[in-house]
Design a protein around this ligand. Structure first.
Ligand code: AMP
Ligand code: MG
Length: 338
């Protein structure tokens, strides 16, 4: 299959929208990462998304909409708290899991009777969804297990020849996937996957905000989990990722210097000095910058031929929790604690 490469002009967005209406697969930019889109209501199109990614069938897709009104076409119940959050955070990187309408087939929801819904803020994504007239089911546009793509080139690297088109909307501004939440009751927000919108951001909207334990530790492959995506190792580059929790740079660099082997790299904070003899990349000064850079650096480390990467451990609060979670999942939840 030839993969068309479209730019984000209104004419080419219209071509991409026509492909989606025709049941085909189009990768498109969102503010989080690039998504691999298909009409969420068409079983055979959604099956093709799973096939193109090599994604396990029980890992549900998020349905993307362009206006709040579409929420009621996708969700069969919209509690007050969900509407308040939609008004506060949409368009933006927040996905809410709600009971699904019958128009969303179980292939889309991974066999569940709920569905994740989000309204992205990226203007190209919104234009595409509007123009297509479809709710768009879209997981990240990487091959399953690879780091999520944050540029159209990453998408082409993984998906060329497997999908009908890629729409290039530049580099994603957020860089990690959306915050996914469900509601345990009318007063409780349950964070299934951390993102740029943090527990602290959500706290004013509910009596309780609960972060799922699977954000911090490995879930057994056969465990029952609130969110199927939690079970899968994810986001990993080919290199082995080893986060190192050190009280300061000196302790980190002493450890790394002692343990470095052929092909060792470091992923450092911007303010860190070099470690003599060990090549390094950097991933920012704060949670939002690290979220923006993390998947990009993973792909660069693979291109550089890194075998083992010692990573400075990010914090676990605010937006940084999303970085901590992606990093620990890439490491299979193994880390060095000094
Ligand atoms: P991705 O498409 O790679 O961004 O992954 C979407 C993630 O959202 C999945 O891996 C799930 O963990 C989560 N998710 C989507 N829909 C649901 C749902 N109905 N219930 C629980 N989690 C969901
Ligand atoms: Mg993904």
């Amino acid at each position: 299959m030839r993969t068309e490469y479209y730019h984000d002009t209104s004419e080419e967005i219209a071509f991409a929208a026509a492909l989606l209406r025709n049941g085909e697969l189009v990768a498109f930019p969102t503010e989080t990462v690039y998504g691999l889109g298909a009409d969420a209501r068409r079983e055979e199109s959604v099956r093709a998304v799973f096939a193109a990614k090599g994604r396990p069938a029980d890992n549900p897709l998020i349905v993307h909409i362009a206006e709040i009104g579409q929420l009621y076409e996708i969700a069969s119940e919209v509690p007050d708290i969900a509407l308040r959050l939609a008004k506060a955070f949409w368009p933006g990187p927040l996905t809410m899991v709600l009971p699904k309408q019958d128009c969303i087939p179980e292939v889309t929801s991974g066999g569940l009777d709920t569905v994740g819904i989000r309204m992205p803020s990226h203007p190209t994504a919104r234009a595409l969804i509007k123009e297509s007239g479809c709710p768009i089911a879209a997981p990240s546009a990487n091959r399953s297990g690879k780091p999520s793509p944050t540029t159209a080139k990453h998408v082409m690297d993984d998906m060329e020849g497997r999908i009908s088109a890629v729409l290039d909307g530049g580099q994603c501004s957020v860089g990690v996937e959306s915050t996914v939440i469900c509601f345990d009751d009318a007063e409780t927000i349950h964070i299934l996957r951390p993102g740029l919108i943090s527990a602290e951001d959500l706290a004013p909207f509910a009596a309780n905000v609960y972060v799922d334990p699977a954000v911090f530790s490995q879930v057994a492959a056969d465990a029952r989990v609130s969110s199927p995506g939690m079970k899968y190792k994810h986001y990993a580059p080919n290199a082995r990722i080893l986060p190192v929790d050190a009280p300061d740079f000196r302790t980190f660099s002493d450890y790394v210097s002692k343990h470095a082997v052929y092909g060792t790299y470091c992923l450092l904070f911007d303010a860190d000095p070099e470690i003599p003899g060990i090549p390094s990349l950097r991933y920012g000064d704060n949670g939002a910058q690290r979220a923006h850079d993390l998947f990009l650096r993973f792909r660069e480390l693979d291109e550089a031929g890194a075998k083992l990467v010692y990573v400075r451990m990010p914090r676990q609060d605010g937006a940084a929790l999303s970085v901590y979670n992606r990093l620990m999942r890439a490491a299979g939840f193994e880390a060095v604690r000094l």
